[in-house]
Design a protein around this ligand. Structure first.
Ligand code: SF4
Ligand code: SF4
Length: 337
């Protein structure tokens, strides 16, 4: 199978976006060379990575609470994994050795916090599906950051897609992700993973270890009270359905104005950001000034700019919005006839 046939097959199985990244490129450009997340560290035989993305249904971001997104996240991840496995299995049966990575899992021996053997957001950018935003989510022109990605590692040499050089993220003058973040975890094209984890993994690993560290030091009476705490229910629910221990906080995804799903269904309900504070506005302003003045910014340094978009922001979101409005207008005129 060639690249075009594989993409068609992946789409027929339900993948929303498909791209191909060359293993050679991924090996040469690990996201952080100190902890290289590369195909070569998994298998020396990998030649290409087929990257698929599945979007999170936009309706979930119109709901008053976070439960809908949390539950749908799990369903989307399972569906995406099944699609990826079917692709790998199909290639394998054709005599083309291929397998699926553990997309969201953390590798204990690499960097701290959520850090897998491959970074799916970087796979996506190398496969030409989007670029990294201010909050280092991958932003795709189609769905903004409201999606999940995984990779199928294959020993076939496939024609790779070209990464985008235009920055999809509007950048510092937007900063809506920063304004919305309940734990102020958004940095300048970077993320404070620990702060993000407080909301994004409410009952995740850190909460569990913190809880049990406190628990072992308590007397029997307090232990009996602690065991009935909401935390323990959260851990149980997380084990059962993963809900609560992963992908818990949808705020920076919900407010990001990239993607036609945003223009169609989120622009109105997400227009006002209740979490916005004067302090966050000042922080965004500092970021804007720093970039304008050419100050050293780690997220935009010579290494990292590759995934943000070397050309800078050229108005892709405004162009897309204009096209979207024209299509809507044409549709309305057609229906009126
Ligand atoms: S997921 Fe939530 S906590 Fe994490 S960066 Fe986004 S808004 Fe902030
Ligand atoms: S909300 Fe704005 S600044 Fe943040 S990632 Fe999206 S486009 Fe970029």
């Amino acid at each position: 199978m060639n690249s075009a046939e594989i993409k068609e097959f992946a789409q027929s199985l339900g993948a929303d976006l498909v791209g191909i990244a060359s293993a050679k490129t991924l090996n040469a450009f690990p996201p952080d060379p100190r902890w290289p997340q590369t195909p070569a560290n998994i298998s020396p035989h990998i030649k290409s990575v087929i990257v698929i993305a599945c979007h999170i249904p936009v309706a979930a971001f119109r709901v008053k609470h976070n439960i809908a997104v949390q539950y749908l996240d799990m369903l989307v991840l399972r569906r995406m994994d099944r699609i990826a496995f079917k692709i790998a299995d199909h290639l394998e049966r054709l005599g083309l050795p291929s397998f699926v990575t553990a997309a969201q899992e953390t590798e204990w021996d690499l960097n701290t916090a959520s850090y897998g053997r491959l970074s799916t957001r970087h796979l996506g950018t190398e496969a030409g599906l989007g670029t990294l935003g201010l909050d280092v989510n991958i932003l795709t022109p189609e769905f903004g950051p409201r999606l999940y990605l995984t990779g199928i590692l294959t020993e076939i040499e496939l024609e790779a897609d070209k990464p985008m050089t235009e920055q999809v993220c509007i950048g510092e003058s937007c900063s809506r992700c920063l304004h919305s973040c309940p734990t102020d975890a958004v940095l300048h094209f970077g993320i404070d993973k620990r702060n993000c984890g407080l909301e994004a993994q409410e009952f995740g690993y850190m909460t569990a270890t913190d809880f049990f560290m406190r628990y072992i030091g308590e007397n029997t009476k307090t232990k009996k009270e602690m065991i009935k705490a909401r935390d323990v229910f959260g851990f149980w629910q997380g084990l059962l359905r993963v809900v609560g221990s992963f992908g818990d906080c949808p705020r920076c995804l919900a407010v990001c104005p990239v993607g036609n799903d945003y223009h169609a269904y989120l622009a109105e309900p997400q227009k006002i950001i209740p979490e916005k504070t004067p302090e966050k506005v000042a922080k965004a302003k500092e970021f804007k000034e720093a970039r304008k003045n050419g100050e050293a910014i780690e997220g935009l340094n010579d290494w990292n700019i590759r995934w943000v978009g070397k050309e800078g922001y050229k108005g892709i979101v405004a162009r897309q919005l204009q096209e979207f409005r024209q299509t809507q207008k044409a549709q309305a005129t057609k229906e009126a006839k």
